[in-house]
Structure formats: C-alpha cells, structure tokens
Write a protein that binds this ligand. Structure first.
Ligand SMILES: [Zn+2]
Ligand SMILES: [Zn+2]
Length: 505
C-alpha cells in the first residue's frame, strides 16, 4: 500500500541545510525509505526537498535498483587501497567480479550466490568454464599475404589485424600469440610479423609488454558470464592456435582477496542505504590449510650466517639483522643510517623498499606502522664495526657517510640500497653453501618461533615482526620507551644465535 511521502527541511550543526523525505516502506527490504540531500542555504534545501518529494511520489528511490557493477565502480573510487593493492583489486573486479555479478541488483545478492561463485572459482578461474571440455578459441584472423597486392607484406598483415581490432573481432585485452608462435602458426616471416606488430603498437592498437605477449589496447569490457565470443565462420582453429581449455583452479588466497573486496563493497552499500544486509557476512571463502613450516634450528641459522659473513661482512650483518630483528627483507634494505641509534640500542623501521617493474620505490611498511625495535649490545657492536669500516673507506677518498645513506648498498657512498631480490639471491647462495634450507622469510619464521618457544608472548613477538594489530603502535614514537620485553627479546635472540655460531665456529 503506497503511502504519501512526507518531508521537511532542517539546519545541521555545521550551518548547512538538509532536506529529508520519508517515502514509505520498501517492499523488498521492509525498511523505511528515507531520502536526504544537503544544501548550502535554506532556499536550496527547499528546492532539494521538492525534488525528493517528486522522486518519492514517482516511486523511485535513488540507487535502490543499483547493480553490482555500479556499486563496484563507486566503491573502487573511494576504497582506501594503496597503489599496488588498487591495481590488484581493480584487476579482480574487472576480470572476475563484474563478469560474474555485475548484472545483479545489489539488494538481491545473497550469501549463497557468493558461495556458489567461490566454489566455481575454486574449480576453475575461468568464469565461462562449466567443467565440460571446450576449446579456447583465439580470435586471430588468418594472415594471408597476397603477392599481387601492391602493399608490402607487413602492411597487409597490419591492415588485416587493424581491421580485426576495429571490428571488435579481436577485443581489448585479448592476448596475441608471441611473434615466434605467430610465425609458426601462420607461416609468415619473422621480420614481416615484427614490423606489423610495431606498426600496430605505433598506432596505439596493441600494447607490447616486456617479457610478455602483446595485448589489444583499451579497457577490456566485462561481459557477463557465459558470453564467450564465438569465432566467425572464417575462423581456422589451427592457424589461430586455439587450444583445449585446461582448468586452472583459483588459489584460495585469491578467492579470499575477492571476498574481501566484496565485503568492503557491501559494507559501503549498507552505509549508503542501497541495501540493508551484507551478504559477504554469511558467505564463506575457502580457507587454506597451512602446513606448519618447521622452523630452522639455531645451529642451522648460525651456519648460514657464518657462510654469509665469509662471503661479505655486509651480507653476514644483513642476515644477522633478519633473525634478531625479524624485519622484512625490503624493510631491511630500506634502513638508512639515521634509522639506527646505537647509543640507545634502537632501530627505526620506517620504510619498505620495493623494486616493481624496474622501478625503485620506498613505500610505507607493509602494515603502515613504522616501528622502533630494540637491538642488543652485541648487535650494536656488529653494526658499529661495520659502519666504522665503511666510514674509514669513505674517509680515504674524502667523503662522509650521510644520514640518508643506506646501511646496505653496493654503491660506494651507499646512496642506493640493495635490491631486495638481490638480497634474497645472496642469502639463498649462502644457505646453499651451508647446506641449510633457509631463506629470508624462513629467518623471520625462525625469529617468531624462537621467541615464542623462549616464552615471549605473541603480542610482543607480533610487534617485533611488524605484524599489524600486535601492539606495534606502542613502539610508534621515538620518545616512547621500547618495552622491556622487546629489549629482552633482542638480547635473547642475539645470544641464542651467537651461541650456536660459536659452536659451529
Ligand atoms: Zn578456434
Ligand atoms: Zn575450466
């Protein structure tokens, strides 16, 4: 039974004005439909009120019929993701969430719909796959070179591919086979093929990606599930290189990533009153059963450190710091001279140093919590003698070690930090030479397990490792004293590791 919409205008504490309208009960959600709009002046608020009353009398409520596609767009625009998370999440939204759920109305999505999606993804990440065998067609047109055509061969190939892209036969985001593969499939010379792809790239029709095959430029559309495009009648599977589909189950951690995007989006939809429930709350993404990794013994860790030290004092110190501080590899690479306070026995972990796509970036620590860690007197002495050596070398050429120099660097003035991948590689070499299975993550695992085994509580161990929610905030400020227990943890780890090192010589 429709009710007459009522409304009023009110002034907010901030001085601006708001129009409110009550438009009866929503037949689906059984909740009151409330519309509101804010305005700067009372007069504007009355205009808004008129607009809302009209809207209510027409039976439309804003966004009540909004689709998942719209929700995801609006949510992605305000989601508090950092650059790399945003890239990943927008990829999930475009490739998986929108094709699967984009056409549904937000308020009609229920937990079982999500559970079904997760189950399908767990079986195969390709949404158009039903589990029955099928051919993955590639829409590569037959590239025929006509010797009587006045256009050069590369131009003919370019024109055929251009036409395929312009007509939508080859769609944005479609992968092209590699040049080698194209040459083999279509019997065209390598240089002709390369020239043609260069011309297409120059026209902005394809994107040539380093180390990967080229893709058709533009934003891939998210077509609804099952809408796999059928190749045209002239399609030749052999020359296009079509292959039978092989199912690739999506990893549980990836599905959990998708679930967390959906949880956030539905929470936003609830705040915006687009829906009154969060179906992600009743859905359950797959869990991974982690095999407990046996921690490396102190003896073995010490063997690797000895091996690393024999290779270079810097590498030895790096690995030592990994195990006594539990700091992440990129965080350790990002340590600058100013982050080390030997007088007070403190290390400031402020940045994570990452190299992505050839670009070196100093970013916030993984958990966005810089932290101060205690280091014991032995570790302080190791760092001090390492720094003395660097300073002596620099002094010989009349250079001073600056405060923003990096602790670990292959550059004489220490102005560029180690690439974390390089550090991983070097640690792997040392571990292999020592005949021990250990990597940097394993070093962190050692730290955690030894501290827990030594009776240090989880909260402090988490804080030391920079895990979020583990009480690390207490260490945030320089002025804050490092808890006594972290001092004891530092001394304990150093002693434990050194003792074993003494035994292995
Ligand atoms: Zn085919
Ligand atoms: Zn499949």
């Amino acid at each position: 039974m429709p009710r007459v919409a009522k409304g009023h205008v009110e002034q907010l504490p901030s001085g601006s004005w708001r129009a409110r309208v009550y438009a009866g009960v929503d037949p689906i959600t059984q909740r009151e439909i409330r519309l509101k709009a804010t305005a700067k002046t009372e007069q504007q608020a009355h205009i808004e009120l008129g607009r809302l009353l009209k809207q209510a009398s027409e039976g439309r409520t804003p966004e009540s019929g909004a689709t998942m596609a719209k929700l995801l767009d609006e949510y992605a625009a305000i989601a508090p993701w950092d650059v790399s998370t945003r890239q990943t999440n927008e990829g999930f939204i475009r490739r998986t969430i929108k094709p699967a759920l984009g056409h549904l109305q937000v308020r009609k999505v229920r937990g079982p719909i999500l559970d079904k999606l997760y189950a399908e993804l767990k079986r195969c990440g390709d949404l158009s796959c039903t589990g029955r065998p099928f051919t993955e067609h590639r829409n590569i047109p037959a590239l025929v070179i006509n010797p009587r055509d006045p256009r050069p061969a590369w131009q003919q190939v370019t024109d055929t591919l251009t036409e395929a892209i312009r007509s939508g036969f080859l769609a944005s985001g479609d992968e092209l086979p590699s040049i080698t593969e194209l040459v083999a499939l279509q019997g065209i010379g390598t240089s002709v093929m390369r020239h043609a792809l260069e011309a297409l790239a120059a026209d902005g029709l394809i994107l040539v990606r380093r180390g990967q095959t080229a893709i058709v430029a533009g934003n891939p559309s998210s077509t609804p599930q099952g809408a796999r495009r059928r190749p045209g009648p002239a399609h030749d599977c052999r020359s296009a290189g079509c292959r039978p589909h092989v199912c690739h189950p999506m990893k549980a951690s990836t599905i959990r990533g998708i679930h967390s995007i959906l949880s956030g989006a539905f929470a936003a939809a609830q705040r915006w009153e687009w829906t009154d429930r969060n179906p992600a709350e009743s859905a359950k993404p797959p869990t991974t059963i982690r095999q407990p990794i046996p921690a490396t013994s102190p003896d073995d860790v010490a063997k690797v450190i000895a091996e690393a030290r024999a290779h270079s004092p810097a590498l030895g110190l790096y690995l030592w710091l990994v195990v006594v501080t539990g700091v992440r590899r990129g965080e350790l690479c990002g340590l600058q001279i100013r982050d080390i306070d030997l007088d007070r026995g403190l290390v400031h972990v402020a940045f994570n140093y990452v190299v992505r796509g050839g670009q070196r970036v100093r970013k916030d620590t993984k958990t966005h919590q810089d932290r101060w860690l205690a280091i014991d007197p032995d570790t302080c002495a190791l760092i001090a003698s390492y720094l003395d050596e660097i300073r002596a070398e620099l002094a010989a050429v009349g250079v001073e070690l600056s405060d923003d120099a990096y602790l670990f660097s292959n550059d004489p003035a220490h102005s560029r930090p180690w690439n974390p991948d390089w550090a991983t590689h070097k640690v792997a070499e040392a571990a292999a030479a020592a005949g021990v299975k250990l990597d940097i993550k394993g070093g962190r695992h050692y730290t955690a397990s030894q501290l827990l085994a030594g009776g240090f509580d989880l909260r402090n161990t988490a804080a030391r490792l920079g895990h979020s929610g583990g009480g690390a905030t207490t260490l945030r400020h320089y002025a804050d004293p490092v808890p006594e227990v972290d001092r004891r943890a530092a001394a304990y780890l150093a002693k434990l590791t050194a003792r074993s090192e003494g035994q292995t010589g």
